[in-house]
Design a protein around this ligand. Structure first.
Ligand SMILES: Cc1cc2nc3c(=O)[nH]c(=O)nc-3n(C[C@H](O)[C@H](O)[C@H](O)COP(=O)(O)OP(=O)(O)OC[C@H]3O[C@@H](n4cnc5c(N)ncnc54)[C@H](O)[C@@H]3O)c2cc1C
Length: 266
């Protein structure tokens, strides 16, 4: 049996590893970097059984599971799936017996601000050689990225559009203690290019930043053309439950579905 898994984030890696353990062949497709969103996480301290560590260190641990003769990691972006067929951007078609979708979530994009070198939507897209980082957002990911920026000695301004704090208190407190500047109930009204950066205008002030990171949430968006009617296609991780996004849950989910595939086959 060959299982095609699309996405090598925590969910896809977990699913691949349990299938391989039971001698099933896995083709694991990854369009960007194994580890998925965990590569953006500054500090993961809620992973049961493990000492707190950076997201990148946790990814290194997870990648160990991929060193298995039954797992083939294919660095290609999948563009289409049909029953038993997976097609990638190279035009190559791979035949599999089962398909698992582990493609995670996509950042919510502001209609008027498409991604470009000055406006990015994920921490890993923030260039290293900047000095001032602006962040729009007030959730865990926004503050986590703010702390990553402060680690890199950037000046960091964070705008919250409302007076509602969505991040857990420890992240907010650490951000302020580390010197982050927080503006509450201050929506960004306009941005426009200025020198090599951006000028940001709110109702209260106008400020310049090198890059704006927009972190206003994530959503499930099919990024693969597919036959939705195929009941054999399984969904795991953040893609399956975009409102509860946690690495350990994604891993458990990948394990569960992998085992269900194994049991269903026997
Ligand atoms: C800043 C930040 C901090 C976080 N901190 C924590 C934390 O402290 N603790 C915690 O538990 N969780 C944390 N998370 C959440 C955690 O990273 C996610 O819940 C987890 O990574 C979800 O795993 P996943 O495998 O479902 O999806 P993802 O990690 O999103 O992985 C999906 C993978 O699929 C790939 N992919 C997508 N489409 C295609 C395609 N068409 N072809 C090929 N590959 C494709 C992507 O490139 C990606 O690698 C954090 C997230 C962020 C953004």
């Amino acid at each position: 049996m060959v299982v095609g898994i699309i996405g090598a984030g925590p969910a896809g890696i977990a699913c691949a590893s349990i299938l391989a353990r039971y001698q099933k062949d896995v083709l694991l497709f990854e369009g960007r970097a194994p580890g998925g969103l965990l590569n953006n996480a500054r500090w993961v301290e809620n992973f049961p059984g493990l000492q707190p560590m950076s997201g990148e260190e946790l990814v290194d641990q997870l990648k160990i599971s991929l060193r298995h003769p039954h797992i083939t990691l294919i660095f290609e972006k999948v563009v289409q799936i049909q029953k038993h067929r997976i097609q990638t951007t190279t035009g190559q078609i791979y035949k599999v017996d089962r398909i698992v979708l582990a493609t995670g979530t996509q950042p919510k994009i502001m209609e008027d601000w498409p991604p470009n070198p000055r406006v990015v939507y994920e921490w890993r897209d923030v260039p290293k050689d900047i000095h001032i980082l602006g962040i729009l957002g007030a959730g865990d990911a926004a503050f986590d990225s703010g702390l990553s920026g402060l680690d890199r000695k950037y000046k960091v301004y964070l705008w919250n559009r409302s007076d509602r704090m969505k991040a857990i208190p420890i992240l907010y407190r650490s951000f302020i203690q580390a010197g982050g500047v927080y503006f509450e109930e201050e929506p960004i009204q306009k941005i426009h290019p200025f020198d090599n950066g951006l000028s940001i205008q709110t109702g209260n002030r106008s400020m310049n930043v090198d890059v704006l990171l927009v972190s206003i949430g994530r959503e499930k968006k099919p990024i693969v053309e597919m036959d939705l009617a195929d009941p054999a296609t399984r969904e795991i991780g953040d893609y399956a439950h975009p409102h509860i996004r946690q690495a350990s849950i994604a891993i458990g989910d990948g394990m569960r579905v992998g085992l269900e595939i194994i049991l269903g086959q026997e």
